[in-house]
Design a protein around this ligand. Structure first.
Ligand code: HEC
Length: 149
């Protein structure tokens, strides 16, 4: 049982790392990063076909976000600075986290590229209603699609 769980955790973290590395490599050309991350042109994104398989916000958070923002959403400071999502007022306007997940933000890769609109909505709704956040105006796939373009 424990072994199975460990194997699953390893599997998830390997897949997540692969996606993060891929996403980071896409935007690896230093100074251009800040600008390009805002409107990532599709032609610069390799068509690996990779997609996250998780569907709920909780699963997606655990597989994709937690490595940087930590399981308690409080972020971390060490080799880099990973802001807290816990009690973060920047999440008040739903469009902001949707945009960050889809397009990345400086040190954060655009992980939403590897998700469907439903998955992005699920994980954004999750972080906006957990870790001490209680924003009840949920986003849906249509909202995400409008920001993805
Ligand atoms: C590879 C590490 C990494 C992963 C994975 C990651 N983030 Fe981030 N995230 C960051 C960093 C670094 C920043 C700070 C960017 C900056 O401001 O320079 C950030 C910023 C953010 C912000 C903006 C916070 C603020 O107040 O400005 C939000 C919202 C966010 N991340 C949500 C998420 C969600 C949701 C996920 C999972 C779907 C996720 N992140 C995955 C590293 C990561």
């Amino acid at each position: 049982m424990a072994l199975k769980r460990a194997a699953r955790t390893l599997h998830i973290s390997l897949r997540t790392s692969a996606a993060i590395v891929a996403a980071s490599l896409m935007f690896a050309d230093g100074a251009a990063l800040a600008q390009s991350a805002v409107s990532a042109p599709p032609d610069r994104i390799p068509s690996s076909g990779f997609r996250f398989g998780e569907t709920t916000g909780e699963e997606l958070y655990a597989s994709v976000c937690q490595a940087c923002h930590m399981s308690d959403g409080k972020g971390a400071t060490g080799a880099g600075t990973y802001p807290a999502l816990a009690g973060n007022q920047n999440l008040a306007a739903a469009r902001f986290p949707v945009t960050v997940v889809l397009h990345g933000l400086r040190g954060m890769p655009p992980v939403g590229y590897f998700m469907t609109d439903d998955q992005v909505a699920a994980v954004v709704n999750y972080v906006r209603t957990h870790f001490g956040n209680s924003y009840s105006d949920a986003v849906n796939a249509g909202d995400v699609k409008a920001v993805r373009k």
